[in-house]
Write a protein of this length. Structure first.
Length: 397
């Protein structure tokens, strides 16, 4: 097995997913460490607790209050990275943080006003941007009032930090939200691509098996009628059935693997066989001139010819079918046109079935169009695809 050229940090399993909860203990540890770095602002309250400035009861109350504050803060921020709390729970936890920061600041002194930094960060990280833009200045205002309680009326760097870090967290929160939306969009695009591939495969299988199975059924009926009196002819029909079955198996395999690109010349040969076996007089063109017709457009026309002939054999009851291939100059530019006409009773209800609907989608992808309607005493299918001008054929890019 070849080594993965990506470094360990580039591999998906080694990357930390922004805005998502931890998948294992390693990610949980990394996220906790990243958040823990910002607990440096707790150094002032901790030094105040261990400095012996307060009574035993006040120290114990401060320690409990600080523990509850840190627990609520970590719970709120960590949970917000994965499956966020409900709005009511978020507001409740923010209220706990704000009340503890205010009470501890009023009761124990200026060193505890740094807790408002965490209140501001939590507001920016968990509240909607407009609400957070109001809550952060309110946190700074309450912090200033608590500081004023202890005689500090200066607008120091602590107040500036509360405001700046809070609004910075709004930006981080928006980045996380955008990342989540991008993940959802990527998942949606992947789902749409999978659905499109299923539709493509369904169209391929319908076109392949519909034509082949119709031919097999027709030849089986002929062989059954010939068997008593003309065993040699019946054997020839059985041989044809075997060939068609083998080719259908190859076609299905190629369609499943996405490599099949039918050719118009091959389909014309198959059309001759199918119509002759059904007792329909075929009027077919000679080798088609595909100058200027892209491969994708030729493939779409080949599918159109196959579906049209299958409908003639299975549904029309016609005894004559004409196929024409023509280069035309239209207002939209040069086009290549396929016309299939029969003198039968039509396709039944006159609407588009699965086959014609699939053909319309194929031709639209190739820039072409499809028309199917009653014509005189029969039915006509017209498929058009764009073709490059004669002077552009073979020219370099």
């Amino acid at each position: 097995m070849a080594d993965d050229p990506r470094t360990a940090e580039d591999r998906p399993e080694a990357q930390i997913r922004i805005g998502q909860g931890p998948r294992n203990r390693r990610e949980l540890l990394i996220k906790v460490m990243w958040i823990g770095v910002w607990l440096v602002f707790l150094s002032s309250p901790i030094r105040d607790l261990t400095g012996g400035r307060h009574t035993t009861a006040a120290t114990a109350a401060g320690a409990v209050g600080l523990a509850v504050f840190v627990g609520a803060y970590l719970t709120l921020v960590l949970r917000g990275m994965g499956r966020p709390f409900s709005q009511r729970a978020v507001i409740g936890l923010l209220g706990v943080l704000a009340v503890l920061a205010t009470v501890l600041g009023l009761g124990l002194g200026l060193p505890w006003t740094g807790l408002f930094i965490y209140v501001s960060v939590a507001c920016g990280a968990t509240l909607p941007p407009r609400v957070a833009a109001c809550a952060i200045p309110c946190s700074a205002t309450v912090m200033y009032l608590v500081q004023a309680r202890w005689g500090d009326f200066a607008l120091d760097e602590g107040l500036v930090m509360v405001v700046l870090i809070g609004f910075a967290m709004i930006g981080v929160s928006q980045l996380i939200s955008t990342t989540r939306e991008l993940r959802k969009a990527r998942a949606t695009v992947a789902q749409l691509a999978a659905n499109e591939e299923r539709l493509r495969l369904a169209r391929d299988l319908h076109d392949l098996l519909g034509h082949s199975l119709s031919l097999i059924t027709l030849k089986s009926e002929l062989a059954g009628r010939m068997l008593p009196e003309h065993p040699e002819k019946a054997a020839q029909q059985v041989s044809d059935i075997e060939q068609v079955s083998r080719q259908a198996l190859v076609d299905v395999r190629e369609a499943v693997t996405g490599y099949r690109r039918p050719r118009l010349a091959v389909e014309l040969a198959g059309t001759q066989v199918a119509l002759t076996a059904a007792g329909v007089t075929a009027e077919l063109p000679a080798e088609p001139d595909l100058a200027g017709v892209p491969e994708e457009a030729e493939s779409a026309l080949a599918w159109a010819l196959r579906e049209a002939v299958t409908n003639v054999v299975r549904h029309s009851g016609a005894d004559r079918c004409a196929v024409r291939l023509t280069h035309r100059q239209t207002l939209d530019g040069p086009t290549f046109e396929l016309v299939v006409e029969d003198n039968g009773s039509g396709t039944g209800n006159g609407g588009f079935g699965n086959g014609l609907t699939g053909l319309t989608e194929r031709l639209e992808k190739a820039g072409g169009t499809l028309e199917a309607s009653r014509f005189r005493h029969g039915f006509r299918l017209v498929a058009r695809v764009p073709a490059a001008p004669a002077g552009d054929v073979g020219s370099g890019a």
